[in-house]
Design a protein. Structure first.
Length: 290
């Protein structure tokens, strides 16, 4: 390891020489003035010394240095890991600037989707954008018969079914069975012709509890915003879940009290038989026109 890069001592004292104050003070001033990065000896006197490096965290345990040379060796080790070369001073195959440029080009070509892709984002125009030539041999254009493609249940979605014309389905479906749970507002809206002027359909299931004769259960339910001048709520069902209570003669009322508020009421004008309270379940469809 090289020594100090400045003259030391300034004066070599000989036996019997008087050490004057100026000599003593000048030696210390010389030392402290040059005790800096340019004056301290280097740790690269030869290639072996210059290449020396030490792992600061071998096997998950810290390796603490006891001298500045040890500090340099551990810093050099980290440089070797970063540049991926044989020595800490090897030129890296790719610089950080190169990586940044490549990442920017990749992001521009393949932008990252920042939101989840839901069913409503897969629309008929997007599906129809696929040229028929790309699916030749998988679905025969004339009748829609599936030939070589294996289709799982999760891949058969409403938009994909709607995109098939009636002519393709002729003779393929005879007596389908549809349950109530499968008839949703979204599915109804997708099948209504544009000429009807239908803008949206919302279905709400509302539970209301009445506690005594002539008591009215009054509930406000939040809905998606609609134009109240062009929207109408319709009650399609009024029931008592889990059983029935006789002699209540329920009367119901439903109205839009605001763009996002659906108000429902139900009352009874005769005695409740067999229970102190009764819970009614009302299913309301809010239809909005253009």
């Amino acid at each position: 390891m090289s020594t100090a890069q400045f003259t030391t001592p300034l004066i070599v004292v000989i036996p019997g020489q008087l050490i004057a104050a100026s000599l003593w003070n000048n030696e210390f001033i010389n030392f402290f003035t040059n005790l800096n990065a340019e004056g301290i000896g280097a740790y690269s006197d030869n290639d072996t010394e210059m290449r020396a490096n030490t792992d600061p965290f071998p096997s998950g345990a810290t390796s603490r240095p006891t001298a500045i040379s040890g500090e340099l060796e551990r810093i050099r080790f980290q440089f070797v890991e970063i540049v991926g070369g044989t020595y800490w001073y090897s030129r890296p195959a790719t610089t950080i600037s190169d990586l940044d440029t490549r990442a920017s080009a990749l992001a521009a070509r393949f932008p990252v989707q920042t939101v989840d892709i839901g069913d409503l984002q897969v629309t008929d125009p997007k599906i129809n954008d696929v040229a028929s030539s790309k699916i030749t041999g998988i679905i025969t254009p004339s009748d829609g018969t599936v030939t070589t493609l294996k289709v799982v249940d999760a891949n058969i979605t409403d938009p994909k079914i709607v995109s098939m014309s009636a002519s393709k389905l002729t003779g393929q479906i005879t007596t389908p069975q549809v349950t109530d749970a499968n008839i949703t507002a979204i599915k109804l809206a997708s099948d209504v012709p544009a000429a009807v002027g239908l803008k949206s359909i919302q279905t709400k299931t509302i539970n209301m509890t009445a506690t005594s004769v002539n008591t009215t259960a009054n509930t406000d339910t939040t809905i998606s915003s609609v134009n109240t001048a062009k929207a109408v709520p319709i009650v399609i069902s009024l029931s008592v879940p889990g059983g029935s209570v006789n002699s209540t003669n329920p009367k119901f009322q439903v109205s839009l009290t605001g763009a996002t508020t659906l108000n429902t009421k139900v009352s009874q004008d005769t005695a409740i038989t067999g229970a102190n309270t009764i819970t009614y379940q009302m299913i309301v469809v809010v239809i909005e026109f253009n």
